[in-house]
Ligand binder design. Sequence first.
Ligand code: HAM
Length: 422
Amino acid sequence: MTTFQAPKGVPEYYPPASAAFLAVREALAAPARRAGYGYIELPVFEDTGLFVRGVGESTDVVSKEMYTFNDRGGRSLSLRPEGTAGVVRAVIEHGLERGQLPVKLWYAGPFFRAEAPQFGRYRQLQQVGVEAIGVDDPALDAEVVAIADEGYRSLGLQRYRLDLTSLGCARCRPAYRQRLQEFLGGLDLDAETRSRVAINPLRVLDDKRDEVQKQLVDAPLMLDHLCPECAAHFADVKGHLDALSVTYQLAPRLVRGLDYYTRTTFEFVHEGLGAQSGIGGGGRYDGLMADLGGPPLSGIGFGLGTDRTYLACQAEGLEVGDPARCDVFLVPIGDRAKARLVVVAGELRRVGVRVDLAYGSRGLKGAMKAADRSGARYALILGERDLEEPARVTGQLKDLASGEQQPIALDAVVDIVKEKLS
Ligand code: HAM
């Protein structure tokens, strides 16, 4: 019979590795929650037009990588390739900006891009993201960057860097863009690159080919052409980051794959991941609210790649998360012992102890092997003979690391186990 496989480019996380994946997601989200960001659960598919207008028609993400389909009513929908457009849509739709500003939201979940799959590049990718909308304050930019940095650091990651730049604003970027186009117009470029010069010249700065890079040495850079307001804004952001001891590297050629960025823009890069080294990125998008039909409010946020951060932890040999499935593994010998331990399992779980039980009719040896595999710290063994004195049923509690074993009265088991695990 034919069997099925998960679609190409879709990673799956199952035990024991999934414990590390969950721990990574939790570690990336925790600093956002501590900074007052509220959780938003977004639709996984949206009106295609939202991404075309929000992310940009000329971006690869929208023009080449979207999973787009018509629903039964003939409406064009797309699986979300990223989270910012959806958050901004939700803020406008629900009038969240009429409350306290900034609106601070975080989200986590899968996003979809039809990219050529390779190590660290998936078609279903996971992100933890934040968006802060409605206040243009360099201290807020620093907060957003510092939250991301804190997430990585709390996992123990060290071999990553933060690339930082400013992409200017609607006032200074057009003049810079023209200057860059004039510069690029004088270079020896192939037809495809020349058409990119016309549509999105900044992307050319990101060209990986040597023959192109060689010609770009003297290319004008946005950082040298910021208007006074953008320059002052960026200086403030850097000042706050210095004060927060967040280390960064200026990256005037940093280009992001999404069109909405303005001013502060950043990317976290890990050195252990090969070509797919971006473990997270973000920036300001001061025109996006207005572009999507809302009031002209600023915004800033990030999306951190949960899959890639997980891979980065592996590359650094970090043990993240607790792969143990339970704390106590119950081993009954015989049906009556099992019936009794099923009740004990319920009691222990009710007080928060993670408990599993040897189901089926395994012998002692097989059940103890299962106990070891479960990662539990203790096994509780109960035989038929132990039930002969119903007034004081006593099992054996075995410390699976040391092998030590002690008798334990079942009516005291909850208190004793809780105490031992605390
Ligand atoms: P992005 O740079 O496109 O930004 O994605 C953020 C992160 O998602 C990347 O740094 C990377 O770690 C991860 N990622 C992206 N594509 C893939 C893929 N194919 N496979 C595995 N991981 C991937 C955004 O999506 C923006 N919405 C971030 C943002 C929020 N900017 C402002 N607010």
